[in-house]
Design a protein around this ligand. Structure first.
Ligand code: CTP
Ligand code: MG
Length: 230
């Protein structure tokens, strides 16, 4: 089977609160998504990287992407939710390229620019022969509190066996399309959730905190620092 990557990049970044969608905010002089693309395009095992943009994205074409021209395919079919963007992207990827149901797809958030080579290669190594597929994740480090609506602690939750899901999330093309089509991705913020809804159990591959998702303004300077030391 071949490996390819799909990068949902059609969100608006509402929690970031900037007019520009966060994937285009500058990090060390380049738009955030530049680093995301660079991380995936750099892997010799990944034959093609699809990026899913919002249909009327005005920002993408303001930058020069020729560095990735051998591998990158742009799809302008983002939807209202992440799951919709991923499913639309998977379907139109098959129109432009020859993909078989058995191929592996690595879905990776545009908003995770600090993906390291070691984590990416480890994910592919450890899951290449897996029945289901899986995702990068880190064990929860902080103590977890559940609150009432007034932010008063109701109880402390055990963090035993709790993980924070990251991306890439790696599944067979056919299985992922089926999973997302059946569930519609409703109430799901990642791809593994749709696979789980089919009764399957994705594997967690130990990653580290450097592969953070840039969500709030404070994450930008942290991401910049990580990128400089990657
Ligand atoms: N995404 C997408 N299509 C959507 C929503 C999200 O392609 N309709 C992408 C984002 O561009 C991002 C990734 O999914 O790369 C993870 O989503 P998230 O971090 O939630 O980004 P946003 O939805 O843009 O941010 P927010 O939830 O704060 O609005
Ligand atoms: Mg979102």
């Amino acid at each position: 089977p071949n490996f390819f990557a799909l990068i949902p990049a059609a969100g608006s970044g509402s929690r970031m609160g900037d007019e520009l969608p966060k994937q285009f905010l500058p990090l060390a002089g380049k738009p955030m998504i530049y680093y995301t693309l660079r991380a995936l395009c750099a892997s010799p095992r990944i034959s093609c990287v699809f990026v899913v943009l919002a249909p009327h994205d005005g920002e993408w074409m303001r930058h020069d992407w020729s560095e990735f021209s051998g591998k990158l395919i742009v799809l302008e079919c983002g939807g209202a939710t992440r799951a919709e963007s991923v499913l639309n992207g998977l379907k139109s990827a098959r129109v432009t390229s020859s993909i078989s149901d058995n191929d592996w797809v690595l879905v990776h958030d545009a908003a995770r620019p600090c993906l390291g080579k070691a984590q990416l290669e480890k994910l592919m190594d450890e899951l290449a022969d897996d029945e289901v597929g899986g995702l990068l994740a880190v064990p929860v480090a902080d103590t977890l509190k559940r609150s009432d609506t007034g932010n008063r602690v109701e109880r402390t939750e055990s963090r035993d066996k709790l993980w924070q899901a990251q991306t890439p999330q790696m599944f067979r093309y056919g299985l992922l399309v089926e999973a997302l089509s059946r569930t519609g991705g409703i109430g799901m913020t990642d791809d593994a959730g749709a696979i789980e809804a089919l009764g399957l159990r994705p594997r967690l591959i130990l990653s580290d905190a450097r592969n953070l998702k840039v969500t709030y303004p404070a994450d930008l300077s942290l991401a910049e620092l990580i990128l400089r030391n990657l």
